[in-house]
Design a protein around this ligand. Structure first.
Ligand SMILES: [Zn+2]
Length: 658
């Protein structure tokens, strides 16, 4: 049965892809846990404090109501959200195909509904990957973060209204610039109410730039890679997706965006709808624009996404700029100092609360030290000359951090975060000149396999290693055989089997997804994409024209543009912005204002450009219908438009690109 899946990656603001996947066929290919995997997973049970059930108590505390099966119906057959697919997590003992530590986290993230956190403070959890927090003000309610999609946010708000007075939303606060915290805004307020000043929207300084621009330029690649990290195309189940670590999954509705009316630019205290809020800005931490909030009346501290019940990412596997572990630690320390002793409930915009001042202080200290440890110890080893893989292999958390459930690597991991620190400070090159300019993957793989005696010899030896449970090595060496010959079925199967066992052993939800998606694509190839799009109307409208021309530059096919020189004026009549676009040396540059020596000049409305970007119309149609007025040589425009690449949204990852 084919089902349509709409993926919106949570970090990148503007990732949408509609995909088709055949789930039962995928499931049929999944293997059982090998003996080495059973052993590794059994060992986890003895290594961690599973008898400590405090998190389950905290995650259920204050429960008021839930949607039956957590079901939010959609317009089509695919629901916006559905917790029934995670019913398999009911069994206490982890199956052999799931790391027991991840199983525990997946069970915690399956607890969903409306919860009373404290006087006048409520949370809706488990109806999307993130939480919605509601603060009851004097006139109405303040909605802190609006989930990823409007449908999920609407359902969350309705769940609240089912138990509490139906007071209007007086304010929205975005804790940070990631889409799973703002994308549902139109589900809780209307654009008209915001425009009329009836609802204010607060966000940290720099919110809009980071919410949109950051993820557009590399958007196609991030979107594709996010399919590996979150596993939206994997069937859920004991041999499939169980969790992302940070939450269950991504809701499948409409991503919306309303810009903030009020930016928080300094650490300041504001009274919003009668509620005093102390803002602590934390730029350059989990997100480039983020803030924590303290509510003195309620003795509640909201740590946004800076402190959650897992180790977070200094590097996120979908691909992004490296985050600063030192700054992250610093701001947690500052929050501890400012609010720790004055806090009875610590909440965040993912996961469940922590109750009690003593516990909160201890929790904040350990979170502070976790990020400092990763940053500083990676730097220590880097300064000893260790390379990224060596640092990842060497680093161990001290026992005082390693045995804390809230610090386990369910989303970020110590291994990939350690590599991130290296990348932040030293970049991709390890200074070994043999790695400066090696052959590219497929060419190197062909040589390596030939040197090793050919594919059959490599596969035979790798099978022995597979039986011994050496999955990391088998995955590496089979990658060589697949890259040398992507048509080698036997190699693909063995490569997939190795990745699958690694997935079954992984403690991180993200690693499990990465491995299982890799296995799936080695077996069946990348899923067929039906209607790719990387932009939505709201996020596109928030894109500046500078962003647009930068994106256009990224799409320019350099070789095709070779030798061409063009200058084209663009006059956006409705917004009064003018650009001169310059093509020379296979580089597309622009200046503000019009050029006198342009070969062609276009006059159009910004809205027309947006329609073209959304593929509702084309340049040619818009020119024919008069929506674009062309002066000068219209052939120049046609020529320019012929120079841009369309990106393949489903490019190969586990096999060489054809
Ligand atoms: Zn988030």
């Amino acid at each position: 049965m084919a089902s349509a899946v709409v993926l919106r990656a949570m970090g990148p603001a503007v990732l949408v892809a509609v995909l088709a996947v055949s789930s039962p066929a995928v499931l049929a290919q999944s293997k059982d846990a090998e003996p080495a995997t059973r052993e590794a997973n059994a060992a986890v049970l003895n290594g961690l404090p599973f008898s400590d059930r405090q998190d389950f108590e905290d995650a259920r505390r204050g429960f008021l109501a839930a949607l039956p099966d957590g079901l939010i119906a959609g317009p089509g057959a695919t629901p916006i959200w559905n917790m029934k697919r995670y019913g398999f997590l009911d069994r206490d003992e982890a199956p052999t195909t799931v790391n027991p530590s991840l199983w525990r986290q997946a069970q915690l993230n399956a607890i969903h509904g409306l919860f009373k956190v404290g006087e006048r403070v409520y949370q809706i959890r488990g109806l999307d990957i993130a939480n919605m927090t509601i603060i009851e003000g004097e006139e109405g309610i303040i909605v802190l973060d609006t989930l990823l999609t409007a449908e999920a946010a609407r359902a969350a708000l309705d769940l609240y209204y089912g138990q509490r007075p139906r007071k209007p939303v007086t304010a929205v606060i975005y804790s940070h610039s990631h889409a799973d915290h703002f994308g549902g805004v139109k589900g809780v307020v209307s654009e008209a109410d915001v425009k009329a000043g009836r609802v204010k929207i607060y966000a940290p300084d720099g919110f809009m730039e980071h919410a949109v621009a950051e993820n557009v330029i590399a958007g196609n690649a991030m979107s594709r890679r996010a399919q590996y990290m979150y596993g939206p195309l994997l069937p859920s189940g004991e041999k499939g997706q169980v969790d992302t670590g940070l939450g269950k999954n991504l809701s499948r509705g409409t991503l919306t965006l309303l810009g903030p009316t009020d930016l928080i630019r300094t650490n300041e205290t504001r009274t919003i709808d009668g509620v005093e809020i102390v803002f602590q800005l934390t730029p350059g931490t989990e997100a480039p624009a983020e803030m924590n909030m303290y509510f003195p009346q309620f003795r509640v501290l909201d740590m946004a996404e800076n402190v959650t019940h897992n180790m977070h990412n200094l590097y996120t596997l979908r691909g992004a700029e490296i985050r600063d572990g030192n700054a992250w630690s610093h701001y947690i320390g500052e929050a501890l100092q400012l609010f720790g002793q004055r806090t009875d409930v610590l909440i965040a915009q993912h996961h469940w609360p922590t109750f009690g001042s003593d516990k909160i202080v201890a929790y904040l200290k350990k979170q502070r030290d976790l990020y400092k440890f990763i940053n500083d110890q990676s730097l220590r080893l880097l300064n000893q000359g260790l390379t990224p893989a060596e640092i990842a292999e060497t680093l161990r958390l001290p026992a005082t951090l390693a045995n804390e459930w809230a610090l386990r690597g369910y989303y970020g991991t110590l291994r990939h975060n350690a590599r991130a620190v290296y990348q932040k400070y030293l970049g991709w090159y390890d200074s070994n000149p043999a790695n400066l300019d090696p052959l590219p993957p497929a060419a190197a793989a062909r040589k390596a396999v030939e040197y090793m005696g050919g594919a059959q010899a490599v596969i035979a030896r790798a099978r022995e290693d597979f039986r011994r449970g050496e999955y990391r090595w088998v995955a590496s060496v089979m990658k060589e055989v697949v890259f040398a010959d992507p048509g080698n079925r036997e190699a693909r199967e063995l490569a997939a089997d190795a990745l699958e066992q690694l997935g079954y052993q992984a403690e991180a939800g993200t690693w499990r997804n990465e491995y299982l998606v890799g296995a799936l694509e080695l077996r069946s190839g990348p899923p067929k994409l039906r209607a790719p799009s990387t932009l939505t109307a709201d996020t596109l409208a928030a894109l500046s024209l500078d962003n647009f021309f930068d994106l256009l530059g990224v799409r320019l096919n350099g070789p095709r543009a070779e030798g061409k020189i063009m200058r084209i004026n663009w006059d956006f009549t409705d917004v009064g912005e003018k650009y001169a676009l310059n093509l020379e040396n296979s580089a597309l540059t622009y200046t503000h204002g019009l050029a006198e020596d342009a070969q062609a000049s276009l006059a159009l409305r910004r809205a027309t450009l947006d329609s073209i970007m959304l593929k509702q119309t084309t340049f040619a149609e818009a020119a024919t219908s008069g929506q674009i007025a062309v002066a000068g040589d219209p052939a120049k425009l046609v020529e320019l438009l012929g120079l841009f690449d369309d990106f393949d949204p489903m490019f190969e990852i586990v096999a060489p690109k054809q």
